[in-house]
Write a new protein. Structure first.
Length: 340
């Protein structure tokens, strides 16, 4: 199905005002990149963000190769604008990267481990390469490896969190360390642009989009939560992805573990107990790193619900395009008030 390349992209004065050099480099209209939201993202959400002028991002971390190819092609049917694919390097990604390059995905984003073995292949395939970091040292290593854009993620971000430094001190330090390499920062658009970043990496707010493929209970928890309802965990929801710190909404599993004295792996309450089934019918056990999708059935309140502290600012369900426009308008108002 052919689409009009700019059918949902806005051309407001606000967008012209804040169009950064990175926007031109990536071929996007506004400096908003949809962060990888694991099982919450499919072609519909990624394409909606891209059609609105930002950069949508697919997240096929552990998908089979046919699924990776299908998701890319479905996204391309829904948008004529650029989009990206995020690959988590804690899992083998050589074959998935090959599929992305065969399908001519314009942006490849890496996460977690050393990206150097795959950077040259991605760039040789014509993709712009992003890599997420949580420290200045990681940022320098990424640039030394040849990444085109560094993504700085602070400790208060949602989902899996790479570092232990908050956004406010992290972003300016990373910018100073890697200049002139562009830096994207996880957080609100006005805030990260004021800190000197080239674009915002936004995840939690898109959980409240109509296109996010999450369970209704998860969505309702997001809409009702405050920043104080999140908790940073070193290694709790770790079945399937160990030693990966994360931030989630506090739920019954967290409370039961805390009440038991925060026992270590192998001694936690209900460990290995099947508490839900995925949309594909596979059992989901307690402490599994599983995103509660729309088709998940069972004890949803006991599954991990990934969010950042910005969840306290998310209070309504909206189409992704409307979210993009609202973020841009809010940022424009703030930056003009500050005389940016």
């Amino acid at each position: 199905m052919d689409v009009e390349p700019h059918r949902e992209a806005s051309s407001s004065a606000a967008e012209e005002y804040m169009r950064t050099p990175l926007c031109q480099r990536l071929g996007i209209e506004v400096p908003i990149i949809q962060a990888p939201l694991g099982g919450a993202v499919g072609p519909t959400l990624a394409a909606a963000v891209s059609n609105a002028g930002g950069l949508g991002m697919l997240v096929p971390w552990r998908a089979d190769l046919d699924t990776v190819r299908r998701q890319i092609r479905e996204t391309r049917e829904l948008t004529g604008r650029p989009f990206g694919v995020n690959l988590n390097l804690d899992f083998p990604q050589e074959e998935r990267l090959a599929v992305c390059l065969e399908e001519r995905v314009p942006v490849i984003s890496f996460f977690w481990r050393d990206p150097s073995p795959l950077i040259s292949r991605a760039k040789a395939g014509g993709a712009a390469v992003l890599h997420s970091v949580g420290s200045v040292a990681e940022a320098r290593r990424a640039v030394d490896c040849g990444v085109d854009v560094v993504v700085a993620q602070g400790w208060e971000a949602g989902g899996h969190v790479r570092g232990t430094v908050a956004t406010l001190p992290l972003v300016p330090s990373v910018i100073d360390a890697v200049a002139p390499t562009p830096v994207v920062a996880a957080g609100g658009l006005a805030a990260v642009l004021a800190l000197g970043a080239d674009a915002a990496w936004i995840g939690t707010r898109f959980l409240a989009s109509t296109e996010a493929a999450i369970h209704p209970h998860y969505r309702e928890r997001v809409l009702q939560a405050s920043a104080a309802d999140t908790v940073y965990l070193e290694n709790l929801f770790d079945r399937g992805w160990e030693n990966a710190p994360h931030r989630v909404l506090r739920n019954r599993t967290v409370e039961q573990w805390e009440a038991a004295g925060r026992p270590a792996f192998g001694q936690r309450p209900g460990e290995g107990e099947a508490i839900a089934r995925s949309s594909a019918g596979a059992p989901v056990v307690r402490y599994q790193a599983h995103t509660p999708g729309a088709g998940t059935e069972g004890e949803i309140e006991e599954l991990p619900m990934w969010v950042g502290q910005s969840v306290g600012l998310v209070s309504k369900l909206q189409p992704a395009a409307e979210i993009v426009r609202e973020i841009v308008d809010e940022a424009d108002t703030i930056l003009r008030r500050l005389g940016r």
